[in-house]
Design a protein around this ligand. Structure first.
Ligand SMILES: Nc1ncnc2c1ncn2[C@@H]1O[C@H](COP(=O)(O)OP(=O)(O)OP(=O)(O)O)[C@@H](O)[C@H]1O
Ligand SMILES: [Mg+2]
Length: 596
């Protein structure tokens, strides 16, 4: 109960009031008792003096001869209070009481009477008045005793006036005062409790409201405001609370915005992102990473997921590498570069690791292609050079003398040189086109004429293979805007390919069709066809479906890539459809020249 500020405040008020009332009460009671006793003491002494002054018999130096007069004076002439008694004591050896207001007291020694306190009597023998208060425990009476020494004209003590006075009334007054204070204290405490409650409520009430609102805020409801009722510290606290909620709401909404931005970025980014804590629990995984790692909905543990792709990225391996590094992951079809780095937790310790999966399949492929390209070029050049060198050496070593053999050798050297020069010129063309340095002279070309020229240039080649070359033309004779040599090169390579890759007695047909905006030349053969998997690659440099066979046929695998590059520079396209062992159709689409 006393844990609450409210009760503690009430208790503090209560104790403060109790302490104040007790200290004040004690002080007032003791002071008033002291004052009353002092007044009473002075009053009694004054009374004794006046008794002495009013008695001629007592003023006489010789009391022994005046005992009767003194007795008369005391009994008849002195006015005493209701509770007072007086004794006149002679200063002889026995200290004989010679007169008393007490009836039939008799004339005997003061020491023998219990009404007279011998102690103060003895004290007063020094010449100074002595007094004391005698308390009777039985009836709770307080009696003041005073012994007043009287001197004769020569300065010696002649006797004593001894007075007793009941002062119990002082004690009664004091106890009444004490009672009064206790009642006042009780009332003050009651009032303190009531006011304490009301006051502490005014302090703790707003605090309670703040606590309730803060609890609601901790549950995510930030729209909390308190009513400001005063301009004191509590009011300021309320204002600060309202300011805090406003700030918190703005910051939370900013934070949520940032969070949602990051989530959206992670969801739609092309790279896979996976966050895992040090215990191997997945904290976050974006859709790309899910797809790469084939994550199922019930998967929660990192090691279990990663084990399906590689064992090199187990959590303890990442820890061995100090949570930082790169790994290349090759799946069946794709290649990923995985970068991982640690993230810090609230205590600035490593909380886990973030893995980013970058798809580098294309880059990987290009790298490989480039390496292959260099290897291919070197290989393609090396083969004719080796042939030329060995033939030349043989000739020099004496084969020159055998004329027929020498002519054969020289023919081979010649054709290998042609091959090399073709290869170099093809590479040069490609290189020029790569660097956009090829100069095209675009001119109006009749499609019928150029197809006719190409066909006639290849007719002998077709005939030598007993292939039927059908070239048909367009009635309207459409025109295209093209570089003449470029277009001829495209046609010669594609029709040449059709003848080259069609077995003897096959058929190659070239057809032209004109649409509203384009001219299409289709080259169809009944050749060996291209396997589906190779179709996408035939435009790559040096790509040949069957390397050994095509090389025999004189192919280097550059023709289609050159053709495609030329076509691209003229906003044209080349498409290949093929069925293995059935035949191939290559379609060249060019923009039609409308005017003229
Ligand atoms: N009509 C076709 N029928 C079957 N395969 C073809 C046909 N056309 C092209 N190919 C295949 O595509 C590959 C690439 O053709 P490309 O014209 O680029 O090279 P190439 O003919 O071998 O050599 P180059 O044209 O440089 O002398 C060929 O090696 C061949 O395997
Ligand atoms: Mg070719």
């Amino acid at each position: 109960m006393f844990k609450s500020i409210r009760w503690r405040l009430v208790l503090i008020y209560f104790l403060l009031t109790l302490l104040t009332m007790t200290v004040v009460g004690f002080f007032i009671v003791t002071q008033s008792e002291k004052i009353q006793l002092d007044v009473n003491s002075k009053d009694i002494r004054a009374r004794v003096s006046s008794i002495y002054a009013s008695s001629n018999a007592m003023q006489n130096d010789n009391w022994s001869n005046n005992i009767e007069n003194i007795e008369n004076n005391v009994i008849n002439g002195i006015q005493l209070g209701y509770s007072d008694n007086i004794y006149v004591i002679l200063d002889n050896e026995k200290k004989t009481v010679i007169a008393s207001s007490v009836l039939d007291f008799g004339k005997h020694s003061a020491y023998s009477s219990d009404r007279i306190n011998s102690e103060i009597l003895v004290k007063s023998m020094s010449g100074e008045p002595a007094e004391t208060i005698v308390v009777n425990e039985l009836d709770n009476t307080h009696i003041r005793h005073i012994s007043y020494p009287l001197k004769n004209s020569s300065g010696d003590i002649k006797g004593y006036i001894y007075l007793t006075s009941d002062i119990s009334y002082i004690n009664d007054t004091i106890s009444q005062t004490r009672d009064m204070f206790m009642r006042a204290t009780a009332v003050a405490l009651l009032v303190t409790i009531i006011f304490g409650f009301i006051m502490s409520k005014s302090i703790t009430g707003p605090i309670k409201t703040l606590t309730v609102k803060a609890r609601q805020m901790s549950q995510g409801d930030f729209n909390q405001k308190v009513e400001i009722k005063s301009d004191d510290e509590i009011g300021h606290l309320g204002k600060m609370f309202n300011f805090l909620t406003d700030e918190l709401e703005t910051n939370m909404s900013k934070l949520n915005q940032e969070k949602s931005k990051i989530e959206t970025t992670l969801t739609y980014m092309a790279d896979g992102v996976l966050t895992v804590d040090k215990n191997g629990n997945i904290i976050h995984i974006n859709p790309v990473a899910k797809r790469i790692l084939s994550v199922r909905s019930r998967d929660v543990l990192y090691d279990q997921i990663i084990s399906r792709k590689t064992h090199d990225l187990y959590l303890d391996k990442l820890e061995e590498n100090k949570w930082n590094g790169t790994h290349i992951l090759e799946t069946e079809k794709e290649t990923y570069k995985i970068d991982y780095a640690p993230f810090m937790d609230g205590q600035n310790q490593i909380g886990g690791v973030i893995l980013v999966f970058k798809n580098i399949t294309e880059q990987h492929r290009l790298d490989r292609q480039q390496k292959e390209f260099v290897a291919n070029v070197s290989h393609e050049l090396k083969t004719p050079i080796t042939t030329i060198k060995s033939y030349t050496e043989t000739l020099l070593e004496g084969a020159l003398d055998e004329k027929e053999l020498a002519i054969d050798f020289l023919k081979t050297i010649n054709s290998e040189s042609d091959r090399m020069s073709r290869l170099v010129s093809d590479l040069l063309k490609l290189s020029r086109m790569d660097h956009e340095k090829a100069i095209w002279t675009k001119e109006k070309i009749s499609i019928n004429e150029i197809v006719k020229d190409s066909c006639s240039k290849l007719i002998l080649q077709a005939k030598s293979k007993k292939i039927k070359l059908n070239c048909s033309y367009d009635n309207r004779n459409s025109n295209v805007l093209f570089d003449k040599d470029g277009l001829e090169q495209i046609l010669l390579n594609i029709i040449g390919n059709a003848i080259k890759y069609t077995p003897e007695h096959g058929e190659v047909s070239v057809g032209i069709s004109a649409e509203t905006s384009k001219v299409v030349v289709a080259i169809k053969d009944t050749g060996i066809g291209i396997p589906k998997d190779d179709l996408n690659h035939v435009f790559e440099r040096f790509y040949r479906v069957d390397k050994a066979r095509t090389r025999q046929m004189g192919g280097t695998g550059l023709g289609l890539s050159i053709a495609e590059q030329i076509a691209k520079s003229h906003d044209s396209t080349i498409e290949i459809n093929s069925e293995l062992h059935v035949g191939t159709t290559v379609t060249i689409s060019m923009p039609k020249l409308l005017k003229g």
